[in-house]
Design a protein around this ligand. Structure first.
Ligand SMILES: Cc1ncc(COP(=O)(O)O)c(C=O)c1O
Length: 424
């Protein structure tokens, strides 16, 4: 059997619509090579993970050196130097007073842990999150996820989880427009707290820029206004930076665009350039709300992943990857917006840094062009470009390449996109 046949027979892929018909042999930087030797430009980075490029030599060298010393001991049973070093580094590079990290292996695990910590610190049990959000596939994180497409068949979910309308300006839930709206969606949080909860809310949980929800960038001032409401009610601000973190949006963490201090921040994906690792970090007084026995993760803080993360962050700092993302993303978006003028299928181009979404619509009423989006993903692949899909209706093309991508590759991607738009 070849790889695709083995996948069909032995890998449970029933949970996804389709696995892309590519068998990847190897990858380097922003290029992926299949088993026939064909090379693709990767504009999705394994769902926004390999921000420092596929198989970054510095990350690999650090991981290999660590592998020769220690692969596993359990970071919560013994002291491990590389775990301590990474925790210290994260305290330095995350915003505000965030200080103590708990390490896990994936994004959902980080969010679950953060939710538990928020409950224990506040003594409250409810959560407010955003409609259209995605926070993971465990029962707790699906409870705060605002998308029935992801939740279907998995309930019942945790009581006390409420979804508030999101700052989706292109499809404003209040039919308003920014700045005239005066951040109505943020102010309305007050009414959600008052009418949809029991006044027992531990945290408001949000992705600073929504990923799976279709690259939703809140307007300037959004999180400041949200924070004012939260402070009035003693509710924690919990930001899920699993997808938006590690330079993706042009800052190391996307919440930095909004100048507010989160109480809990979760990260995964881009933290170790592809090695499995996640963390939730909190202020010392919040983190110390855990009591012995409250939390643990056998693989969390795996030394090889932590070594990879440290090398990854060092590479970020030296190569100024967030700045690179900001620069390359601004040019890329400008060219895409230019393309929008001549291609009515493009309803909206939005993003921050190299977290860019192109929403496709069929008409002036903004009917989602979901089939066209899927077709375009296929046509792009046939032209040698790998793109992602997202959004509540699956009609948003997602461009989240490794941040080391060459600007020329982004230019060629836009030319290919123009051609594909003409073919659907
Ligand atoms: C914002 C956000 N949170 C959480 C997750 C879940 O991460 P994981 O798949 O590593 O559990 C994702 C995954 O796409 C995500 O985008």
């Amino acid at each position: 059997m070849n790889t695709q046949e083995k996948y069909r027979t032995y890998v449970n892929t029933a949970c996804v619509k389709a696995v892309e018909p590519i068998v990847i042999r190897e990858a380097k930087g922003a290029k992926v090579t299949d088993e026939s030797g064909r090379t693709y430009t990767d504009l999705f980075a394994g769902i926004s993970v390999v921000n420092a490029g596929h198989c970054n030599p510095e990350v690999l060298a650090a991981a290999k050196a660590q592998m020769d010393r220690l692969v596993h001991a359990c970071a919560y049973v013994y002291h491990i130097p590389v775990v301590a070093d990474l925790a210290e580094k994260l305290a330095r590079i995350t915003p505000g007073r965030l200080q103590k990290s708990f390490f896990g292996s994936g994004g959902a695990e980080a969010n679950e842990g953060g939710m538990r910590l928020a409950k224990q610190f506040t003594g409250k049990q409810e959560f407010i999150s955003l409609q259209g959000s995605f926070h993971g596939r465990s029962v707790g994180t699906l409870s705060i996820t605002g998308n029935s497409g992801r939740k279907r068949g998995g309930g019942p979910y945790l009581p006390g989880c409420v979804q508030h309308p999101a700052p989706t300006c292109y499809r404003c839930p209040y039919a308003m427009s920014y700045p005239g709206c005066d951040l109505h969606c943020a102010r309305e949080l007050e009414r959600t707290i008052q009418f949809n909860t029991a006044g027992n809310v531990a945290a408001f949980i949000a992705e600073p820029v929504m990923g799976e929800g279709g690259i939703i960038v809140p307007p300037p001032g959004y999180f400041q206004e949200v924070k004012r409401v939260l402070d009035r009610h003693g509710i924690l601000l919990f930001v899920d930076e699993v997808q938006s973190g590690f330079g993706r949006t042009g800052r190391l963490f996307a919440i930095e665009h909004y100048q507010v201090e989160p109480d809990i921040l979760t990260m995964a994906k881009g933290i170790a350039d592809g090695f499995p690792l996640s963390a939730f970090i909190a202020r010392e007084e919040v983190a110390d709300a855990f009591r012995p026995g409250d939390h643990l993760s056998t693989f969390g803080g795996n030394p090889v992943s932590c070594a990879a993360a440290l090398a990854n962050i060092a590479y970020f700092e030296r190569e100024r990857l967030p700045e690179q993302a900001a620069r390359k993303g601004a040019t890329f978006m400008a060219v895409l917006k230019e393309l929008q003028h001549s291609r009515p299928l493009i309803g909206d181009v939005r993003g921050l840094g190299l977290m860019v979404g192109v929403e496709l619509v069929r008409d002036a009423q903004k009917s989602p062009a979901s089939e066209a989006a899927e077709k375009i993903r296929t046509l792009m692949r046939e032209r040698g470009f790998l793109v992602g899909l997202g959004g509540t209706y699956g009609n948003v093309l997602r461009f989240q390449p490794p941040l080391v991508i060459e600007p020329a590759d982004l230019q060629m991607a836009v030319a290919a996109l123009a051609d594909c738009l003409d073919k659907v």
